[in-house]
Design a protein around this ligand. Structure first.
Ligand code: PEP
Ligand code: MG
Length: 584
């Protein structure tokens, strides 16, 4: 009996029953055929038509992206049009057709040469163009070889399809159309990789890290995707469809119950008040987060302004994006993080490929090395701080010099604004992400220079356990409840208490009820969670005692392993709260 259940990593909750839309975003194999000399004119014409159709296609995509995501994001498609129109490239392909190559083979040969040539360039800007060349390579061959067009946009309205792909690249993400795509399944990725975070932001159920979904599923076949359980059922039986529908209805009913919590306080049974903030990855989420009862924004990620785009955003564009979020939270804290670019969050151009990007030129390192880019962002932040309670958060700090340098640039940005008579606020609180073991261990040193600590457990787990957060094959080793991680969080909390520096957790741990229980037990009083999880975490807080959470956290830290720590927490949570938390 062939396997019909695919297990992956639950990345974004919800159940969808729908047809697979398989997207193989990879360069197809091209047969090494030759043509008859008599066919050269018609073959040349075929190539010309395919190039023209590719340009048309890119223009449609660009228009859609302008409408859905903004002109700056859509620039990625302009770059690709320029490639297809490049006279040298087209001329070389035409020459090969004149030498009896088929149109697809001619184009394939030229693109392979170009990609190789670009990849060897000493200039990072040029090397980074390779991903656009790959995109164009796939697009033109797909048309020439008459492969079923695989763009996500080609689905009919209301298709309710499950997009199945190896990984979601920035250009694919830009094409996601929620009227057609109801869920996402990827071979690569983990809960904390950015495709998962984005899916949760968009409210699209998702299963990632399936390893071989793209080779096991066929386009058009109907499946059940369960983003809560992290599974896909192939060839579902009537009984399985019925069970999925029942579960779906239960989730919808549960959501309605949870909605009632939005206006209630997050306070434990023994009267400890927990501040519940939201993480905002895209500005559109802010209003929803506020409506769901968020008391502020604990983490506004700003990478959406950079990732997948060809040019850095202007100061005014940034100001508008930040202002939208600040206005959604009048008088409430909005912690905006400076660009955390690098790792798996890459712009289209201008950044070097690195053998080990998570240990490379990312986040604060890139910003300090590019003071022009950084100062533009800092100016926008100082200006937007006139609208509300804005705070600035620096990512991936490992040393106090980084904080001091960043503050130096902030002072310079304030001086520039003052000289130009531009309204701004110069005394914006500056805090750091505690997301490296170095920052947690040095918390007492860093505390002198910062206003707050925001513990980023996604990276803290990765760097403490030396486990790549984006590697699905390592997912079972990525254990946030590892006692070493819990000790670093506790240590940061103790320093914060002693020094009066504010502390919160904004990594995904805060969004998981069982882990939120542990965090409250470790002394955390501020949790910043994805908007979807606000009510779930609030329900947990309202059902438990902080004293019980503390005992549970102590038992977890005393446990030798992540598995034992989890067991200790589960047992205590089960004793504390209703059955609904038992499998959280
Ligand atoms: C983290 O590392 O926990 C975090 C919140 O930042 P990001 O997921 O954006 O790296
Ligand atoms: Mg991080």
């Amino acid at each position: 009996m062939p396997r019909t259940l695919l297990r992956g990593i639950p990345a974004s909750p919800g159940i969808v029953i729908g047809p697979v839309h398989l997207l193989r975003w990879e360069v197809p194999e091209v047969p090494a055929d030759v043509i008859d000399p008599a066919d050269i004119p018609s073959e040349t014409e075929r190539l010309r038509i395919a190039l023209a159709r590719t340009i048309e296609r890119l223009r449609v995509l660009r228009e859609r992206a302008v409408r859905d995501a903004g002109a700056a994001e859509a620039a990625i498609f302009d770059v690709q049009v320029t490639i297809v129109q490049d006279e040298e490239l087209v001329g070389r392909a035409m020459d090969l057709v004149a030498q009896q190559f088929t149109a697809e083979r001619a184009f394939d040969v030229v693109m392979h040469d170009w990609r190789e040539h670009y990849a060897r360039s000493p200039h990072a800007m040029v090397r980074e163009r390779v991903s656009d060349l790959v995109d164009v390579h796939i697009r033109v061959l797909t048309i020439l070889m008459d492969l079923p067009d695989r763009d996500p946009v080609d689905l009919p309205d209301g298709a309710n399809a499950v997009l199945v792909t190896r990984e979601l690249t920035p250009s694919l993400t830009l094409q996601l159309d929620r009227r057609r795509i109801a869920a996402i399944a990827t071979d690569f990725g983990t809960r904390t990789s950015h495709v998962a975070i984005l899916a949760r932001s968009l409210g699209l159920p998702a299963v990632v890290g399936l390893l071989d979904a793209t080779s096991r599923l066929r386009s058009g076949e109907s499946i059940i995707l369960d983003g809560t359980a992290g599974t896909i059922v192939m060839r579902p039986t009537e009984a399985e469809l019925h069970a999925a529908n029942v579960r779906r209805q239960r989730e919808v009913a549960e959501d309605a119950d949870l909605a009632a919590l939005a206006s209630m306080e997050a306070i434990t049974q023994d009267g400890v008040r927990i501040q519940l903030f939201a993480n905002v990855d895209l500005p559109d989420e802010a209003a929803e987060a506020a409506a769901n009862g968020a008391e502020g924004v604990g983490l506004m990620r700003t990478e959406f302004l950079v990732v997948g785009r060809a040019a850095m955003p202007t100061e005014d564009e940034q100001y508008e994006a930040y202002a939208g979020v600040v206005r959604a939270f009048p008088g409430k804290p909005v912690i905006i993080r400076t660009f955390d670019v690098g790792g798996d969050k890459l712009p289209v151009g201008g950044f070097p490929s690195e053998p080990n990007p998570f240990l490379g030129w990312r986040a604060i390192r890139m910003c300090l090395d590019q003071p022009g880019i950084f100062k533009t962002q800092l100016r926008a932040l100082l200006r937007v701080a006139t609208l509300g309670d804005v705070r600035i958060n620096l990512p991936l700090v490992v040393s106090v010099d980084e904080v001091r340098q960043a503050k130096g640039l902030l002072a310079a940005a304030a001086a520039e604004l003052a000289a130009g008579g531009i309204p701004h606020r110069a005394d914006v609180p500056v805090g750091i992400m505690v997301e490296t073991p170095a920052a947690a261990v040095l918390a007492d040193v860093l505390a002198h220079d910062v206003a707050f600590f925001s513990i980023g457990t996604n990276d803290l787990v990765q760097y403490t356990l030396a486990v790549d957060r984006g590697n699905a094959a390592m997912a079972s080793r990525y254990t946030p409840l590892h006692p070493a991680v819990l000790q670093l969080i506790r240590r940061t909390c103790e320093v914060a208490d002693r020094t009066g520096v504010e502390v919160g957790v904004c990594g995904e741990m805060a969004s998981e009820p069982l882990m939120a229980f542990a965090l409250v037990g470790l002394g955390i009083r501020q949790l910043s969670v994805n908007p979807f999880s606000l009510s779930r975490v609030k329900r947990l807080v309202r059902h438990v005692r902080a004293t019980a959470a503390r005992e549970a956290a102590e038992a977890a830290i005393a446990a030798g392993t992540a598995v034992e720590a989890e067991r200790a927490l589960r047992e205590r949570l089960a004793a504390e709260s209703p059955a609904e938390f038992h499998d959280s």
